[in-house]
Design a protein around this ligand. Structure first.
Ligand SMILES: *[C@@H]1O[C@H](CO)[C@@H](O)[C@H](O)[C@H]1NC(C)=O
Ligand SMILES: *[C@@H]1O[C@H](CO)[C@@H](O)[C@H](O)[C@H]1NC(C)=O
Ligand SMILES: *[C@@H]1O[C@H](CO)[C@@H](O)[C@H](O)[C@H]1NC(C)=O
Ligand SMILES: *[C@@H]1O[C@H](CO)[C@@H](O)[C@H](O)[C@H]1NC(C)=O
Ligand SMILES: *[C@@H]1O[C@H](CO)[C@@H](O)[C@H](O)[C@H]1NC(C)=O
Ligand SMILES: *[C@@H]1O[C@H](CO)[C@@H](O)[C@H](O)[C@H]1NC(C)=O
Length: 934
């Protein structure tokens, strides 16, 4: 790792006003209490206009430093623009480096920068600042300002943000129409070259951000800054390190999903980044998949909800969200050569569902993936981009390539790609498939001019949709040159986000085992901590570039889906603090391989905590022989032996697991001395604090597994396709388990897992009664009068009967599924049925429960035995009962009919089931017939 990568503590520049006066206001002004219940969403109040102005108007734009002191990134004698770089269009070499980034970030100032027609551009840093009069959005986050937690001991209050679930977001909102009109007016007199500039990134490290669209000063356009990652802004400083996607999924809490997105969005905005490269919503298909932890687990509906909430959150903060990686990018191994093959139905019902939810949440951008999909590169797959995304889903934003995932100029343009990132064919090659080549293709007719207009309009529409033309702050950091002092203002964007981070950390912790009420701990006199996962890394939290190492407590995986930790509270630190309050004495042993000493230091203590972990990440970094994907699902660092050693000498052994995914715990889980197991995932910067909240009962655990933990690797429905040679050229990743991903497979094949999807214990107990269901048809009919389908009438130019598009892409869509946006139409997604159940806290402490709604289709439908559709989180005092409701739309109960190419409701009896997990023996059920039972 080059030393330049490491951030040096540098005193803030006198020219950089602190964010303190702006961002925090927004959080404080939103004096909403967090509520864990989502069952009464009707009581939403809109924030006052002044609050919205406070939310959006960051007021003073951040300055980069005195202009004269800025290191000028341009060199007028050496101007190389990708708009003028040339390469052959049919040259389809696979890029040798295909990562978002790698550790080779140098401190040298880039000498080459992309500019427009010789203008003296100085990178995105000299963006003209428009007037800062913010336009208030038509909606904002809302909540019930008077709903507070009851003053009970087992509660914990964090940043109060409620997801505005009740706003009518079943379709992409009509705000896109206005945004497209504005973009069309704005671009009306732009030249071809200028429009091309919007579509082509400036090239790797040619600007301050991970991806850069060049400014066009003559058009008063300041360019675009694109930044990783899905858990916080990457490659900068004074940012927060949020819990990973898999943790927010395991909260099963839509409010927290939204709150995390909103807080992250504020941080991207505070740094001047326009586009956040997240959320990542690829599925937990194979248990060892390297980047699984960046996403939201092994069920399409859980992922879909988390994706939708995250997109709302990020975009309500004013930042463009990018949902990725579209599509079929479920393993790291050979991701740039492999061909993911799935059936139409599998793709529609599982893998594209979260992307549909993102589109319904108005996502600005979709990132196409590295791999091939059913034989064609994802970034030039006309069926996936033009057909499903833009036609079926009615997506109005733009498609960007993953970094160097583009493989052609003309073909990708005609297949629906709108923006190429980072712009050059290989990093720093300064050649591009687009740039001047795109201009040429337009001029010689191989790409219709309509297509270019569409690309540019989609990109600018997203910009206008988020109001980024109004007072957006300048980019105030330089991700490629963190040590170039003049380029980095070190703006602190963290606000009080530690609260939502700690809250999600606690809410995502899953209690897997707890015998004899071992937990919560009750002021133990003598406690010991065993295992390096419970302490700090001697290298500090950021000691490994892109977190590519496993040393000390694990709070994040590795790769481009990471960010720098501002600090990392490890378990020892937080527990020591609690020990002082409780009068506990504390010992520890952190050498994982010296099990004899571990036994010695575990003997004679009231309680022994053992911390173990398992790590994975993106394929460009190999850690301990794991090339992104995990080699197996065993605990790292001798974890299994360590637990067994401690359990052999201490009859109150509590295991803490920090892990990217399932681990094999069969060697110790049934050991009678293992009295409790906490599954803490990847909790981010407040790791130890969140753990203490749960360990000591300040927070009653309610997290649920977002994937199934099997008894052995072979029990899973799918494994990594593991090719070691160059043959075949495109290894096939066949999704042959089809709809039977994760728990669905265990149910249909009758395989007993160790802990199933949705499972998680509490310090109290709950009971369900009075399951009821009704049809809202009458109300619906009235409500839908004249409303159906009119949202998406305005067609994008792609859809303008231009036959040239079809022919030149070589991929004309033969079986069109109908009207533009037919998948998002109101009649398909509107609430039609309501399910109601009473949940009672039958234990003696306050706690949250997560009732989950599963559907059992009639057997002829060909579905797995049970599928998740919704979940809610409800907080209950002892003996309290609350009514929880779920809603279903026609889409929710349909299956994809591959012959008719549409969503159809199967005939016959459905089982409607509400339970505490996917295999809850005490769930409540009823039968329901939607159609065709007479
Ligand atoms: C907020 O919640 C409280 C308690 O549930 C309720 O009494 C009140 O009416 C709600 N207020 C609004 C504006 O919905
Ligand atoms: C611009 O680049 C050229 C060639 O690399 C170099 O000789 C010259 O000094 C540079 N000029 C500035 C102003 O950096
Ligand atoms: C570009 O820079 C040169 C040298 O600094 C200057 O003479 C020229 O006026 C500048 N051009 C523009 C368009 O700002
Ligand atoms: C909270 O805990 C304190 C001390 O542990 C106890 O005195 C108090 O009664 C508890 N309050 C409630 C509402 O349970
Ligand atoms: C483009 O059009 C806008 C408004 O329609 C106008 O203000 C601007 O001067 C025009 N620019 C050029 C270069 O023609
Ligand atoms: C697959 O990945 C392995 C390990 O990186 C590599 O050796 C092999 O050549 C790759 N095969 C293909 C076809 O990409």
């Amino acid at each position: 790792m080059p030393s330049s990568y490491r951030y040096q503590p540098i005193p803030p520049s006198p020219f950089s006003p602190s964010l303190q006066s702006s961002t925090p206001r927004s959080a404080r002004s939103r004096n909403l209490a967090f509520t864990c219940s989502r069952f009464r969403p009707k009581f939403l109040i809109m924030l006052g206009a002044s609050t919205i102005l406070l939310l959006l108007g960051l007021g003073v734009p951040y300055t980069i430093g005195h202009f004269a002191e800025r290191q000028d990134l341009s060199n007028s004698t050496n101007l190389i623009s990708l708009a003028s770089a040339s390469t052959s269009n049919d040259h389809a070499n696979i890029p040798s480096t295909t990562t978002h980034s790698d550790s080779a970030i140098t401190s040298s100032i880039a000498l080459n920068t992309s500019t427009f027609s010789g203008a003296n551009s100085t990178s995105t840093s000299v963006a003209p600042i428009a007037s800062s009069t913010s336009s208030a959005p038509s909606k904002g986050p809302s909540g019930n300002a008077t709903t507070y937690y009851p003053p009970l001991n087992l509660t914990y209050i964090s940043n109060p943000v409620s997801a505005p679930i009740n706003r009518s977001y079943y379709n992409p909102s009509s705000k896109w129409n206005e945004a497209h009109k504005k973009a069309s007016r704005y671009l009306s007199n732009w030249t071809i070259e200028e429009k091309v500039l919007l579509t082509t990134g400036m090239g790797w490290e040619q600007g301050r951000c991970l991806g850069n669209i060049a400014p066009i000063p003559s058009r008063n356009f300041s360019g675009l800054c694109l930044m990783d990652s899905p858990l916080g802004i990457r490659l900068t400083d004074y940012n927060s390190a949020f819990p990973a996607g898999v943790n927010v999924a395991s909260t099963f809490d839509k409010d927290l999903m939204y709150a995390r997105g909103f807080a992250m969005g504020q941080e991207f905005k505070g740094k001047g980044a326009h586009i956040a490269l997240g959320p990542m919503t690829n599925m937990y298909r194979v248990p060892a998949g390297g980047r699984n932890w960046e996403g939201f687990g092994g069920d399409p509906y859980l992922s879909g909800w988390a994706t939708q909430m995250t997109v709302w959150g990020i975009q309500d903060a004013g930042v463009q969200a990018t949902v990725k990686h579209y599509i079929g990018n479920e393993q790291e191994r050979n991701r740039t050569t492999s061909d993911s093959q799935f059936t139409d139905r599998t793709m529609r019902e599982i893998y594209s569902h979260p992307f549909l939810k993102a589109v319904q949440a108005d996502v600005a951008s979709v990132m196409c993936s590295y791999n091939l999909v059913n034989g064609s590169w994802a970034c030039q797959n006309s069926e996936m981009l033009n057909g499903i995304l833009k036609e079926d889903f009615g997506f109005r934003g733009y498609v960007m390539s993953d970094w160097n995932a583009q493989h052609s100029g003309v073909l990708s343009a005609n297949s629906g790609l709108d923006m190429t990132m980072p712009g050059d064919i290989e990093q720093k090659s300064l050649t591009s498939y687009w740039g001047l080549n795109l201009t040429e293709s337009i001029n010689n007719g191989s790409v219709p001019i309509d297509r270019l207009d569409d690309m540019a309009q989609r990109i600018m529409a997203a910009y206008f949709l988020l109001g980024q033309d109004q007072g957006y702050s300048e980019v105030n950091f330089d991700s490629a040159r963190p040590l170039a002092e003049a380029n980095n203002s070190h703006v602190d964007v963290r606000d009080e986000h530690w609260k939502v981070i700690q809250h999600i950390g606690a809410a995502s912790t899953v209690l897997l085992k707890n015998i004899n009420n071992t937990l919560p701990l009750k002021s133990p006199r003598k406690m010991t901590l065993i295992g390096s996962d419970l302490g700090p890394s001697y290298k500090g939290p950021n000691g490994y570039s892109d977190r590519g190492g496993d040393e000390g407590t694990l709070a994040m995986g590795w790769g481009s889906g990471t960010c720098n930790f501002p600090y990392l509270v490890d378990p020892l630190q937080a527990i020591a603090h609690q020990a002082r309050k409780d009068g506990t004495t504390l010992d520890w042993w952190f050498n994982d391989f010296d099990v004899d000493s571990a036994k010695y230091w575990a003997t004679g203590y009231d309680v022994a905590l053992v911390g173990i972990n398992s790590d994975s990440g993106e394929g460009y970094i190999t850690v301990d022989g794991n090339e992104g994907d995990r080699n197996n699902i065993s605990a790292w660092h001798n974890g299994s032996e360590l637990v067994q050693a401690v359990a052999s000498v201490n009859n109150n052994t509590v295991v803490i697991v920090h892990s990217v995914g399932p681990i094999d715990m069969e060697d110790w889980i049934d050991h009678p001395n293992v009295t409790a197991v906490l599954w803490a995932g990847l909790p981010g910067q407040e790791s130890g604090n969140s753990l203490v909240d749960v360990l000591y009962g300040w927070y009653n655990p309610s997290g649920r597994l977002p994937y199934t933990i099997a008894k052995k690797l072979e029990d899973y429905p799918a494994e990594l396709v593991y090719v070691d040679t160059n043959i075949p050229e495109h290894p096939v990743v066949e999704y042959k388990e089809e709809l039977n991903i994760d728990y669905r497979h265990f149910l249909s094949k009758n395989v007993t897992p160790r802990y199933e999807f949705g499972y998680g214990l509490s310090y109290t107990t709950f009971e369900y009664n009075g399951l009821d269901m009704w049809d809202n048809e009458a109300w619906n009919e009235r409500d839908l009068q004249g409303e159906d389908d009119d949202i998406l009438e305005e067609k994008s130019t792609y859809h303008s009967n231009n036959t040239a598009i079809g022919t030149s892409s070589g991929s004309t869509r033969t079986n069109s599924t109908g009207k533009l946006g037919s998948f998002a139409k109101e009649s398909l997604h509107k609430t039609r049925w309501t399910i109601s159940v009473d949940v009672t806290n039958t234990g003696d402490v306050f706690g949250c429960d997560i009732p989950q709604l599963y559907l059992a289709y009639p057997p002829e439908a060909g579905e797995p035995p049970k599928v998740l559709r919704d979940f809610n989180r409800v907080q209950l005092a002892p003996a309290e009962t609350k009514n929880v409701q779920f809603e279903l739309s026609k889409y929710d109960i349909s299956i994809w009919d591959v012959v008719k190419q549409k969503w159809v409701i199967p005939n016959g009896n459905f089982g409607i089931e509400v339970g505490r997990s996917s295999m809850d023996q005490k769930s409540v059920m009823l039968d329901w017939c939607f159609e065709g039972c007479n």
